[in-house]
Write a protein that binds this ligand. Structure first.
Ligand SMILES: [Zn+2]
Length: 476
C-alpha cells in the first residue's frame, strides 16, 4: 500500500504538506508549511493535524520558505520526534526563517494582548522559540543527487529547483520487493514533488534541473494562468528608479528576506555600476536579509557569483557604497525620518508581518512614497489588498489611509510562469500516470490543468484539502 494525502496548498499557495503513507501506517511528510494570508487560512494552523503525529517518521523539505517549513515547530510541539531532511543551504536558511517566525508569532500575540485586538483572550503564539529550537534539533542534511534510504523501503533524492538558496524538487521512491507474493506492485513507485519551481533564467541562482522520470508528479501552479513580462528585471527596476529619482520619493520595497532582497541589491548594484542611476541611499531593514546575504559565500555551488568577487568590496555584486544594513530597532526607527530619493527594503514580502509593517504604517499616508511589490501576493494579504487599490490599510489595530502609490514588479518572481512550468514538465522522459496540481489558487491551477491536458494530453488532478489518493491502485 502507498497513499498520498494532501494536507495543504490545495487551492491556495500556502500550507504545503503532503503525507505518503505505507503499509505500516507510518510514512513521510513532504514539506511542513504554514498557512498564511487571511484569518480563515491562518486559523487552519490551529486545527488538529489530520495525520496522527506518531505516524510521521520523516519530514522531507523542498526549501526553507515559511509556507513550506513554518509548521514544523507546531508539529514538534504536537509530539513529532522524527527526522527532518533538507539540503545544507536549506538547513541554514530555515534556521533564520523559523527563528524569525517564532519571534513574530510571540510578538504578534503580545501586541494583540496589549492592544486588545484579538478575539482570543489571551492571544497565544502558534509556537514559541523553545518549540523552534527543538524542531531545529531534528534536522539532518542531505546533498542533492545522493539517494537517502528511509524506513519501509522508501527513499528520496533531491534535485535543484532553482527557486531560492538550497531549493529542491524531491523524487520519492517506494520499493515493494520485500512484499513478494502479495498484491504489491513489482516495480517501485516514484513520486516527484516539484517544490516551488524557479525561473528559466534566474537572476543569479543556478537554474532548475529537468525533472526525472516519475509515476506521479505533484507540481506547483502559482502562476498557472500567467506569463511573466518579457523584460529584464534590471530594466524593469530602472524604469521605477527613474520615477523615484524624478519625484524624490522614498521607495518602500516589501521583500522576502531570502533571495528577493539580495536580487534587488544585485540589480541595483548593476544599475549603479553601469552608471544608469546614482548611488541612491538604500537601507536593508531586515536582520534576516543581512544574515542570509552571508550564505552566498558559503554556498557558491548554488549561484553564478564567484567566491572571489563576493569577498572583494569593489566587485561584490551584493554590495554598493550607498547600501546600509540596519540591525537594531533604533536604527530601524531612525528610517522614519528618511527623505527621498531613497530605498528601504524590508521583510516580509507580502506585508504580513515583520519590520515592513512599521514602515507601511508610517509611509502609506504619504503621497511621496512608492510601495513596490516584487513577488506573488497571496489572497487576503495586505500586499494583495494594496495592489488591488485599497484606500485604507489595517495595521497594528489601526486603519491607516493609503496615499502612497503602489507598483509591482512581477518579473522578479521566483516562481516559474505558465510557459516555464510547461517547459519543465515537457522535459519529463515519459508522461506520469497522474499530475496533481497544488500550490496555486483555484483560478490559476484550473487554467493550468486545461493547458496541460490540451498540450501534453496528461491526466491532471486538482486535489482537495485532506484528500487521500491510493497510488498503488492508480498504477494498474
Ligand atoms: Zn518558495
Amino acid at each position: 500500500m502507498l497513499s498520498l494525502q494532501f494536507l495543504g496548498a490545495t487551492g491556495q499557495v500556502t500550507g504545503s504538506k503532503y503525507f505518503l503513507r505505507t503499509a505500516t501506517h507510518r510514512g513521510a511528510l513532504l514539506d511542513c508549511g504554514l498557512f498564511q494570508g487571511g484569518r480563515a487560512l491562518r486559523e487552519m494552523n490551529w486545527n488538529p493535524f489530520a495525520v496522527q503525529i506518531s505516524d510521521i517518521a520523516n519530514v522531507v523539505l523542498t526549501h526553507a520558505h515559511l509556507d513550506h517549513t513554518g509548521y514544523l515547530p507546531r508539529l514538534v510541539q504536537s509530539g513529532f520526534a522524527g527526522q527532518v531532511w533538507c539540503t545544507p543551504a536549506t538547513h541554514d536558511v530555515a534556521q533564520f526563517i523559523l527563528r524569525d517566525s517564532a519571534h513574530l508569532q510571540m510578538e504578534d500575540a503580545d501586541s494583540a494582548n496589549r492592544h486588545h485586538y484579538s478575539r482570543h483572550k489571551p492571544a497565544l503564539p502558534l509556537y514559541n522559540d523553545v518549540d523552534t529550537e527543538r524542531a531545529l534539533g531534528f534536522f539532518h542534511v542531505q546533498e542533492r543527487h545522493a539517494k537517502k534510504v528511509l524506513q519501509d523501503s522508501m527513499s528520496f533524492e533531491f534535485s535543484n529547483a532553482g527557486h531560492i538558496l538550497g531549493s529542491c524538487s524531491v523524487l520519492m521512491e517506494k520499493r515493494f520487493d520485500d512484499q513478494a507474493g502479495s498484491s504489491a506492485p513489482s516495480a517501485p513507485i516514484r513520486i516527484l514533488f516539484s517544490g516551488d519551481l524557479g525561473r528559466e533564467h534566474p537572476i543569479y541562482l543556478n537554474p532548475k534541473e529537468p525533472p526525472p522520470a516519475a509515476d506521479f508528479v505533484v507540481c506547483e501552479s502559482t502562476y498557472g494562468d500567467k506569463q511573466h513580462h518579457n523584460i529584464e528585471p534590471t530594466e524593469e527596476l530602472l524604469g521605477i528608479m527613474k520615477d523615484v529619482l524624478a519625484s524624490g520619493s522614498v521607495l518602500l520595497i516589501p521583500a522576502f528576506a531570502v533571495d528577493r532582497a539580495q536580487e534587488l541589491i544585485y540589480c541595483l548594484n548593476s544599475l549603479i555600476r553601469d552608471g544608469k542611476i546614482p548611488a541612491v541611499p538604500t537601507y536593508v531593514d531586515s536582520p534576516m536579509a543581512t544574515s542570509v546575504t552571508a550564505l552566498y559565500e558559503k554556498y557558491p555551488e548554488e549561484h553564478t557569483m564567484s567566491p572571489q568577487e563576493l569577498q572583494e568590496p569593489d566587485k561584490n555584486p551584493l554590495s554598493f557604497s550607498s547600501l546600509h544594513f540596519t540591525q537594531t530597532v533604533d536604527d530601524s526607527k531612525r528610517l522614519n525620518d528618511l527623505k527621498g530619493p531613497a530605498i528601504i527594503i524590508s521583510a516580509s514580502g507580502m506585508a504580513t508581518g515583520g519590520r515592513i509593517m512599521h514602515h507601511l504604517a508610517n509611509r502609506l499616508p504619504d503621497p511621496n512614497t512608492i510601495v513596490l511589490f516584487t513577488g506573488y501576493q497571496a489572497e487576503e494579504t495586505l500586499g494583495r489588498d494594496l495592489i488591488n487599490g485599497a484606500t485604507t490599510a489595517f495595521i497594528f489595530g489601526e486603519h491607516i489611509p493609503v496615499k502612497a502609490r503602489t507598483l509591482s514588479l512581477t518579473n522578479f518572481s521566483a516562481h516559474a510562469d505558465q510557459r516555464e512550468i510547461l517547459l519543465w514538465l515537457r522535459q519529463m522522459p515519459a508522461a506520469p500516470k497522474r499530475l496533481f496540481l497544488t500550490h496555486g489558487e483555484d483560478g490559476p491551477r484550473t487554467v493550468l490543468k486545461a493547458v496541460i491536458e490540451k498540450e501534453l494530453g496528461w491526466n491532471v488532478v486538482l486535489p482537495k484539502l485532506n484528500e487521500i489518493v491510493d497510488l498503488v491502485s492508480l498504477m494498474s
